[in-house]
Design a protein around this ligand. Structure first.
Ligand code: EPZ
Length: 429
């Protein structure tokens, strides 16, 4: 199994190109199931989760082709992939595939809307929390589907097609909002989704669906209205920049010092995280085609943070911010409200010398003047990258094991960081 070895202490200086967002690319790829025409996605990141989803879509019969690399092709520009779901040959999403990535459960929306029936494995357990699918089931039932849970599968049917309705999410869910919005595009009549998620990835999916002929208003607000249409067409759409990757590298710069320009990204994708980072001592400014980050003179200040749905502080940046706070002047309280088990990085950060006290959903991080490198590992993607950030500022050598977590969501991480002066390398085997 590959590992990442870091020798800490270098400031980051240079330019990092931000990739297309994993969490936008996945639902956009799934949206290809809604039409028999070709959906072309640009700026698709090269990630393990994207590859896994291509296998899942391929299993349903989606024909995919990646536009070949041209000479001098800049990998930072991302890939263009064509998806064609004219011949859906199988409406079952099997356990072997769905259990590897939760988002693959989301195929339930488009398959039900277009094929009027499907059988999708329940995703099963997850390292960061229980993550049930009740909101998906209740929402699709509100659109007229019958759904039975049988032998670990959601067996869904909508004879004659889905029918628009009003659905109030009892809790904000990104995935359930994606799925109901996709399903409603082909339902008869009007669907109103209340208390919907407002993440930029929801807006990106809505933009793509609108380009495909869907009638959607209100994406990006908590009330989304969808007028169903009989069929959607193909479209060409560019995946929006990855705000979590943006925040992660911004935190790495705040941690090590230095001066980095993150290209191809925008501050409005992560307003609370940017404000929090500024409070912690980073200077962030908009430059042509991106953001410039550098440490604002002094050290790192302690700032309390509570994770929240967008536009709040993203749970997907909580671990990285905790890594930053391990070297802050003072004590920061970090409260996780989205997932009940998303503190698996605490013990690993402690191995590097961090002082963190955990009490329920609150971690109190008392900044220390120095971290010391050590072998570490993590159980999920964002936790793993928090260890990389800590390793960049730790004295000596840090080895991050289980790199496959990082490969799920960070494209060419070692290359991007070493290009800015970090001593970081992948060790195979
Ligand atoms: C998305 O997951 C992201 N994944 C996650 O990113 C992210 O952490 C999360 O949203 C929150 O922002 C993708 O976009 C692929 P939710 P999702 O449904 O949609 C509960 C990463 O590291 N809930 O918004 O699965 C749930 O348990 C990943 O890239 C129910 O109770 O998250 C959680 O407590 C990890 N019932 C809360 O809602 C349901 O039916 C929010 O989860 C659905 C969710």
């Amino acid at each position: 199994m590959d590992r990442i070895r870091i020798r800490g202490g270098n400031e980051l200086k240079g330019t990092i190109a931000i990739s297309g967002a994993k969490n936008a690319a996945l639902p956009l790829m799934i949206a290809s199931l809604l039409t028999d025409d070709t959906l072309t996605l640009e700026n698709v990141p090269h990630l393990a989760d994207v590859e896994l989803l291509t296998r899942i879509l391929g299993n349903h019969g989606v024909d995919m082709s990646v536009v070949g690399k041209r000479l001098h092709h800049d990998p930072a520009l991302g890939r263009t992939i064509h998806f064609n779901a004219r011949n859906i040959v199988d409406t079952t999403a099997p356990y072997e595939l769905v259990s590897k990535m939760r988002a693959s459960f989301w195929v339930i929306g488009p398959l039900l809307a277009r094929m009027h029936q499907c059988k999708v494995s329940l995703p099963g357990g997850c390292a960061i929390g229980t993550r049930p699918v009740d909101l998906f089931i209740d929402g699709l039932r509100a659109l007229g589907a019958t759904i039975d849970i049988d032998a670990g599968y959601a067996v869904a049917e909508a004879k004659g097609g889905l029918v628009g309705n009003r659905f109030v999410f009892p809790k904000i869910s990104v995935g359930a909002t994606h799925v109901l919005m996709m399903a409603a595009t082909l339902a008869k009549g009007e669907t109103v989704l209340e208390n919907a998620a407002r993440e930029p990835e929801i807006v990106d999916l809505a933009d793509c669906l609108i380009a495909m002929g869907a009638k959607i208003t209100g994406a990006g607000t908590s009330r989304i209205v969808i007028q169903g249409v009989p069929a959607l067409s193909g479209a060409r759409h560019r995946v929006l920049p990855d705000r979590i990757e943006t925040g992660t590298y911004a935190m790495a710069v705040a941690m090590t010092g230095g001066d980095v320009v993150l290209t191809g990204t925008r501050a409005d994708l992560l307003p609370t995280a940017m404000a929090t980072l500024t409070g912690a001592g980073a200077a962030i400014s908009e430059v042509e085609n991106g953001l410039r980050i550098y440490r604002n003179g002094g050290g790192i200040s302690a700032v309390d943070v509570t994770t929240d749905p967008f536009p709040g502080f993203p749970t997907d940046l909580q671990a990285q911010f905790m890594a930053l706070m391990t070297k802050a002047n003072g004590t920061a309280a970090i409260t996780e409200t989205i997932f009940e088990n998303r503190f698996m990085h605490v013990q690993e950060l402690a191995r590097l010398g961090a002082k963190i006290q955990l009490s329920g959903q609150v971690a109190r991080v008392e900044g220390v003047s120095r971290l010391k490198g050590a072998p570490v590992m993590a159980t999920d993607l964002r936790a793993s990258v928090s260890l990389v950030i800590a390793g960049l500022a730790a004295e000596g050598e840090t080895t991050v094991n289980r790199v496959y977590h990082l490969d799920r969501g960070f494209e060419r991480l070692e290359e991007k960081l070493s290009g800015c002066g970090a001593e970081i390398e992948r060790i195979s085997g």
